[in-house]
Structures are given as C-alpha cells and as structure tokens.
Design a protein around this ligand. Structure first.
Ligand code: UTP
Length: 294
C-alpha cells in the first residue's frame, strides 16, 4: 500500500509580475476571490483532500500570509464582545491546528523547482502534495471533490507520482508544461513524457500540467543539482522529467476548472465563477452581470 499523503507544499515566493501594480505591496496569494484570499481557497482544497500539514515557501514581503494563518486576538475578542459569533466561528474554522503549518523562505526567486526544494527538510522522506497557490479550482457541477482530492484518489490507485492535467487548445500549449499520454485508465493515464513550454506546433498533446501534484521525495535529490531550464529558472517540470526515468508518473484528468488568479483575466473570471457558486451571493451577482451586459 502507498504511504498516505499528509503534507503539502504551497510555493508562495513568486513576485507576481503579471499582476502589477496590485501585487507590489500585497502578495498575489492574498488577493480575494469573493471574500477569501486566494491562498485560503487553496488551503481549503488541501484540507478537503486530507492534508494535515501545510508548508508555505515564502519570500520577502509575504509575511501577511503567515499572519493570515494565525490567531488575531484583538479581532476575535472584538467579535465576541459584539456577539458576532457566526463571524468568530468562521474565522476559527479556517484556522489550521496549532503546529500544522510551517513557513520557510526561498531566499531568491530562482524558480518553482527551487521553491519546492526549499521545503525538503520539512517534508522529509515521504510523498507529498504541491499546490500552486495562484491556481484555484472548482469541481465540475454535481461533483463534490475538488482537484487535489481527485489527485489523491488517483494516487491511491496507482501510487508513485501523479499530476493533474487539463486540456487546452493546441495554440495555447506553448505557454505550459505539457505531458505525453501512454496507457489510458479512464480518468487517469500513464505519462510517458513531459516538456516545459514546447515551441508552437511541437507539443506532444493538448494536456497541460495544471498546478496540483503528488511527488515522491526522490525529486529533492534531483532538484538539489540546481539545474536551470526555461527562463533561466530551476523548473519543477525538468526535475519531474528526470524522476520519470526511474519512477512511475500518472496524469489525472481533473473534472472541473482551474483559474489562474496570477493573471488579470483569470482573476476576474475566478471572482465571477466562485461568486456564482456561492449560495449567499449567486442570485444578486447574476442579476448584476445581466444588468452590466445590457
Ligand atoms: P508563476 O510564474 O506563476 O509565479 O509561478 P510568479 O513568478 O509569481 O508570477 P509572474 O509570472 O511573475 O506573474 C507559479 C508558482 O510558483 C511560485 C509562485 O509564487 C507561484 O505560486 N514560485 C515561482 C515561487 O514560489 N518561487 C519562484 O521562484 C517562482
């Protein structure tokens, strides 16, 4: 039986250059989608998938993320004194248990692979999840589990390393990591190759790596070498390509949709989609959208 997935890495050290000036003083992970910071949506997804320990790889200017996952005594005290118990209970329900978070720093933004490697001591010798905290997901209608829970289910079936994939139009593949598909097992498949940002027209498929992974700890030994790839950064995909030569990799078709909140369009779309999925605001939001569209 495969070892359970207990820990997840949230690499939050990126500079967010695609979303300036909003991200000059505020980490992009703290921008809000409806009324929750983006990173809270991602932690919610991880908790739903059974994650017990949340490892944040932060950088300078990201301290507010640590504050967000801590108690806020004055605020909690004031809420209680004003009998705002619903708000108080909601804040406490979002809080991970004491000792269930770890924060480490990526001293320079050398790439996603480097950020993951920075968490090696906290993860230790066990398989773990990685969630890109600027990608938030909604399950397909009527489905209850979000992306990471679907990835964990595939891990329980196949073991080894698992990547969530999504289909994009062929003309979009050059912007992403792309996988090559081998044997098909319904909603999962064997990965026989990967390439980061393939030049137009050369991608091995339309299936892109979409921001949720389960990886074996052997990846740290590969990342340790610090080899640079696309954009001069230490790329996670390059390390996964090396690991896939020794260890099994499977893809899982995520049944739902991912929103890249690190881009302006993705962020705006996410607010609409998440708003329309929320019972408390969906009807009035729909009415406003109809009014705006004339
Ligand atoms: P992105 O490339 O989307 O993030 O990296 P970025 O660098 O912040 O964004 P732009 O392109 O400048 O707007 C994907 C994820 O990896 C993290 C980012 O925080 C993001 O969640 N990351 C990236 C790091 O933690 N460290 C890095 O050196 C690079």
């Amino acid at each position: 039986m495969s070892k359970p997935i207990r820990k997840a890495i949230f690499p939050v050290a990126g500079l967010g250059t695609r979303f300036l000036p909003a991200t000059k003083a505020i980490p992009k992970e703290m921008l809000t989608v409806v009324d929750r910071p983006v990173v809270q949506h991602v932690v919610d997804e991880a908790r739903e998938a059974g994650i017990e320990h949340f490892v944040f790889v932060t950088g300078r200017g990201k301290g507010v993320i640590e504050d967000h996952f801590d108690m806020a005594y004055e605020l909690e005290d004031t809420l209680r004194k004003r009998n705002k118990f619903a708000e108080y209970d909601a804040l406490l329900a979002d809080l991970p248990k004491a000792g269930a978070t770890s924060f480490t720093r990526q001293q320079a933004p050398l790439g996603l692979g480097h950020a993951v490697w920075c968490a090696r001591e906290i993860i230790g010798d066990e398989p773990f999840a990685v969630l890109l905290p600027d990608m938030i997901t909604l399950p397909a209608e009527k489905k209850t589990s979000r992306c990471l829970a679907q990835v964990v289910a595939a891990y329980e079936k196949h073991g080894g390393n698992i990547i969530a994939v999504e289909e994009v139009r062929p003309e979009e593949t050059h912007q992403y990591g792309v996988v090559k598909k081998g044997n098909d097992y319904g909603n999962s498949f064997e990965i026989t190759g990967m390439v980061e940002k393939p030049p137009q027209g050369t991608a091995p498929s339309n299936f892109i790596i979409s921001g949720r992974y389960i990886l074996e700890p052997e990846i740290f030994g590969i990342l340790e070498k610090g080899e640079k790839g696309a954009g001069g950064e230490i790329q996670l995909t390059d390390a996964m390509i090396q690991l896939a030569r020794q260890r099994p990799f499977h893809g899982v078709f995520f049944d739902g949709r991912t929103y890249d909140t690190g881009s302006k369009l993705g962020f705006l779309t996410a607010n609409v989609a998440f708003g329309l999925s929320r019972a408390d605001v969906k009807d009035s939001l729909r009415a406003e959208i109809i009014k705006l569209l004339g």
